[in-house]
Every structure is written in C-alpha cells, then in structure tokens.
Design a protein around this ligand. Sequence first.
Ligand code: OFO
Length: 168
Amino acid sequence: MLSKKMQETLNEQIKIEAESSQVYLAMASWAEIQPGIDNVTAFFYQHSEEERQHMLKLIHFVNERGGFATVPALPQPQLTFPSIKHAFAALLKHEIFVSQSINKCIEVSLNEKDYATHNFLQWYVAEQIEEEALARTMNDKLELIGDDKSGMYLFDKDILTISIDIDQ
Ligand code: OFO
C-alpha cells in the first residue's frame, strides 16, 4: 500500500512524464514542417511515445499498489523553436529536470521506507542516465556542425542510429 505522500509524489511524476510526452510531441510537430529533417521528426515522435509509456507504467504501478493514479491537466508546451539546435538544447534541459524529479521520488521512497517503490523507480533512474547521455551526444554533434548544411544532412541521416546505439 502506498502512503499518501508517496502517492502524491508519484502522481506528480505522472504529470511530469505526461508533460514530457507533450513537450516532445510539440517538437515533433514543429520539426515535421521544417524541410529535410524527417529523421529528426521521427526521433521526436518516438521520444514522445516513449514518455507516454513511462507515464502509463507509473499509472499502472500506483493503481496496482492500492493507490489512485490521477490523470493530470497539462500546460501547453513550447510550440516553435529558433533552430534544431535550440530544440535539442531544450530537450537536454528537460531531461535534466526529469532526472532531478526522479531523484526526489527516490528520496521520498526512502523517507517513507517504501522499498518496493524504491525498487520500481530504479528503472527510471537507468532510463534517465540513457536519455541524458543521448541528449548530450545530440547537443555535442550539433555544436560541431554549427551552420554547416551538409553536417545537418548527416545529423538527420545518423540520428536514428545514434539513438538506437545508446538505447542498447
Ligand atoms: Fe521519462 O524518460 Fe526522460 O524524460
């Protein structure tokens, strides 16, 4: 059984995962109307979908542990970006924020002596390590590319491979 505090904290995390899905969905929609970045677009759509899965995993966990997962209202995310580089900088910043939020959940689980939730949250810890690493790789590559159009062409070509490599 989840304590009230643990349930509130996990419901807050459900909101953050749902927001993450919306944030990346907005990036995907913006990327889709930019010329020549089809794979970047696919990457954002896929990332948005993964965040929705993270939200669902939490919802099922809360309900299975005798709590009640509440579906949150969400603010509208940023809709447009000055450049692809800005979008990926925003992605990295957002992932760092999510990692901090997962750390807070872990802290609460330890304070509440809820070792089942602590154990469950380890999956999110590992996931955040991967996602932050991926976001940093993307940002480093974009930094190197600068305004070089052929570099951007290659970045779009490579992005799905990069994300698959880091996921393994
Ligand atoms: Fe939910 O995995 Fe990152 O944000």
